[in-house]
Write a protein that binds this ligand. Structure first.
Ligand code: ADP
Ligand code: MG
Length: 321
């Protein structure tokens, strides 16, 4: 039997078994309705993935479903929120059962892990494009913004940097097998939800690294009217990255390549011990890579204090003529 819009929604998107008490009206009506606790505020974020721009043509559907949700979760995570609901707008050329099954398996593997209900969306026909909106909850006015960095704050990042960028570069070269760790960093970024929540009351500013560390840190310093100094020797690099490239190239990936979805955040000196304590309870590490300064630029130095130049800061849309 041919798939209709109705049967696609029913069979593939309306399949979560968990009960979500805050969802008053979910999939099936013109709009969804949710309850919001009085003492909380709601964060809303939407992110779009376009075939050939954000992911390669023929990217496996399961990875795509996973990543479409992961990148949106990452945005609310960077502000310290607990994810609360998701909406999904999907444009695709044709309705293929295997593709839909794999796509929604990937999507719900992550939605179920963070207990996030899919409460609505849209399906249209056209070139493959996926938009996911996520809402999150936060105690009133506790969110961590890009604009909160203060001079002499320490700058930290979670996890390691540059892995996804290297995996993308290797998959574009297409010669031989790619280290599965690197590939998983590209296709299965872990949104740093627990880390973001742990940073509430500790971090002054935060952002998720989606375009590249320098490009994203620049957004913090512009919003906060400060400068930043990064010591490249302190950049956290994975063993796989170090084994695949020489150190200078590894730093370049860590500084400029996007898609890692780690958090970059700033913390006042007096809270650095508290930070270490909370990260000891988490599965992810964080590393201090520099300091917020007076000024208006991101400056990179090595341990000897020599400054380093990079040509490209990160990924930017609309930059190609
Ligand atoms: P309308 O025509 O009123 O916009 P639709 O028929 O497109 O509604 O959708 C019916 C219901 O299915 C709505 O509740 C909508 O939010 C939900 N829905 C549609 N597409 C998706 C999707 N991809 N994922 C989740 N829910 C969806
Ligand atoms: Mg309607």
């Amino acid at each position: 039997m041919a798939l209709t819009e109705f049967s696609i929604i029913k069979n593939y998107f309306q399949r979560q078994k968990d009960q979500f008490p805050h969802v008053v009206v979910g999939i099936g009506d013109d709009a969804a309705v949710i309850e919001i606790p009085k003492e909380k505020q709601v964060l809303l974020s939407v992110d779009t993935l376009v075939e050939g721009v954000h992911f390669p043509i023929k990217m496996p559907a399961r990875e795509l479903g996973y990543k479409a949700l992961a990148v949106s979760l990452s945005d609310v995570a960077s502000m310290g929120a607990t994810p609360n609901t998701a909406l999904l707008a999907l444009t695709m050329q044709k309705a293929d059962r295997n593709w839909l099954k794999a796509f929604t398996d990937g999507f719900f593997s992550l939605a179920d892990r963070y207990h996030v209900p899919l409460i609505g969306g849209d399906i249209t026909q056209g070139p493959l494009c996926i938009s996911v909106m996520v809402t999150g909850l936060i105690p009133k006015d506790a969110m961590i913004c890009r604009s909160g960095a203060k001079v002499s704050d320490l700058i930290y990042v979670t996890g390691t940097l540059g892995d996804a960028g290297l995996a993308l570069a290797l998959s574009n070269q297409q010669n031989g097998e790619i280290d599965p760790f690197l590939l998983s960093r590209l296709h299965h970024p872990v949104p740093r939800v627990e880390s973001g929540i742990a940073l509430l009351g500790i971090a002054n500013a935060a952002i998720d690294v989606s375009d590249g560390l320098v490009a994203d840190l620049e957004k913090i310093i512009i919003a906060s009217h400060v400068g930043a100094q990064i010591v490249v020797d302190h950049l956290p690099l994975s063993e796989s990255l170090k084994q695949t490239c020489d150190l200078e190239k590894a730093w370049e990936y860590a500084l400029t390549s996007g898609d890692d979805y780690e958090l970059c955040f700033t913390v006042p000196h007096k809270k650095s011990q508290q930070l270490e304590k909370v990260f000891n309870q988490l599965e992810v590490d964080c590393h201090c890579i520099g300091e917020i300064t007076q000024g208006d630029a991101v400056v990179m130095t090595n341990l000897q204090g020599h400054s380093l130049q990079i040509i490209k800061k990160g990924y930017e849309h609309f930059s190609k003529k």
